[in-house]
Ligand binder design. Structure first.
Ligand SMILES: Nc1nc2c(ncn2[C@@H]2O[C@H](COP(=O)(O)OP(=O)(O)OP(=O)(O)O)[C@@H](O)[C@H]2O)c(=O)[nH]1
Ligand SMILES: [Mg+2]
Length: 346
């Protein structure tokens, strides 16, 4: 499914909306017979201007409201991710408030139509139209902070990756700075993934793809790069880590857990082990979701560092891959395992 926020486009601020609406209103021309009295002409002209301006505003505001998906109706992944990234209650409230001015605007149209019906001098028509525009401006300007709020959150929501629910999704997880992005970059088609020497480089979920040619067709395995997670209580985890946790919980068919056995990543190996245990316990669905273990940075890793990890996790040499994400060494083994898994099971 495509990211439902893809069509959450730029939102105009109140002044921009008013400018567009009034400009259209002022350009409109009422159908009125040439021979009609000046008073009738003035009434028709100004009521048309008010009507067109209000209709323009209503249609533009409705368009804004409609381009934001209804959060509660979204699939779990998008709904929960949206609520990690933004305050969805505030979002609902904001949309509700914008919606709330629509009947008021419609009412203005009726009020000023009736007022215009009662005037006796042509110049009063112009005066009334100005008064109407003034009231419209004041009501729309009160929504400016809501419009700005929508604009401020759209970037984050539009960055959510599109997930194809019909295809498998491999979630790559681990501590910060262990080489997750380097690995996803190497094994997938997504070469735009950022790799940096410092931790917390990846701040959002980033999708890569791995194509598998089968005998008669081709499938695309999704490989999701995630932000690093620290070993700490769930309640202490920030919104960056929680995105990774969410991906593990909701969309992973297979987990690739990356260890950095060396001190290079900046985090103790025991903390990485604790995180691994937590993920295994909570997200492997009692073994239903396989976890592939990788010891990365083999170029830096010392024998005793590898042995320590092996012993702590009670692993044999065949239970993990020793990789170097700088050169790609042994990542072909990871790719082969992923390929053979999906070659048969789909
Ligand atoms: N020597 C060595 N360095 C590596 C290896 N893999 C990754 N690195 C380096 O480790 C640093 C972190 O790599 P990333 O791929 O950004 O790590 P990450 O796990 O995605 O980090 P966050 O997104 O911050 O959690 C970068 O400087 C990489 O070049 C490796 O196998 N050997
Ligand atoms: Mg990263």
């Amino acid at each position: 499914m495509k990211n439902p926020f893809n069509e959450f486009y730029h939102v105009f601020n109140s002044q921009e909306l008013l400018d567009i609406a009034f400009k259209r209103g002022m350009k409109s021309s009422a159908q009125v017979s040439k021979n009609a009295p000046i008073l009738v002409k003035a009434k028709k002209k100004e009521s048309k201007r008010i009507k067109v301006s209000i209709e323009e505003l209503i249609s533009r505001i409705l368009k804004i409201i409609k381009m934001v998906p209804i959060i509660d109706e979204l699939p779990d992944f998008y709904r929960e991710l949206a609520s990690i990234l933004v305050d969805t209650d505030k979002l609902k409230l904001t949309l509700g408030r914008l919606n709330g001015i629509l009947p008021i605007l419609s009412q203005f149209e009726r009020i000023y139509f009736s007022k215009l019906g009662k005037i006796e001098a042509p110049k009063d028509a112009d005066r009334l139209r100005r008064a109407a525009f003034g009231r419209i401006s004041s009501i729309v300007n009160k929504q400016n902070k809501n419009l700005k709020y929508l604009n401020s959150i759209r970037g984050k929501l539009r960055e959510i990756p599109s997930i194809d629910y019909t295809m498998p999704c491999v979630v790559v997880a681990g501590y910060p700075n262990v080489g997750k992005s380097s690995i996803v970059k190497l094994v997938s088609t997504n070469k735009k993934i950022r790799v940096e020497v410092y931790p917390f480089t990846t701040k959002k979920l980033i999708m890569g793809h791995l194509e598998i040619n089968r005998r008669f067709d081709k499938i695309v395995v999704q490989i999701l790069d995630t932000p690093g997670i620290l070993d700490r209580p769930m309640s202490k985890r920030n919104s960056i880590e929680l995105q990774a946790v969410l991906a593990l919980r909701i969309i992973s068919d297979l987990i690739v857990f990356i260890f950095d056995p060396t001190p290079a990543c900046g985090y103790a190996i025991d903390s990485q082990i604790e995180l691994y245990k937590e993920i295994k316990k909570n997200f492997s669905k009692e073994g239903e979701i396989e976890i592939i273990i990788i010891f990365n940075k083999m170029d830096l890793a010392k024998e005793d560092e590898i042995d320590y990890l092996k012993k702590k996790l009670a692993l044999n040499n065949n239970d993990f891959y020793l990789t170097n994400a700088l050169t790609g060494k042994n990542l072909d083994k990871l790719i082969s395992q992923v390929k053979s898994r999906y070659n048969t099971t789909l």
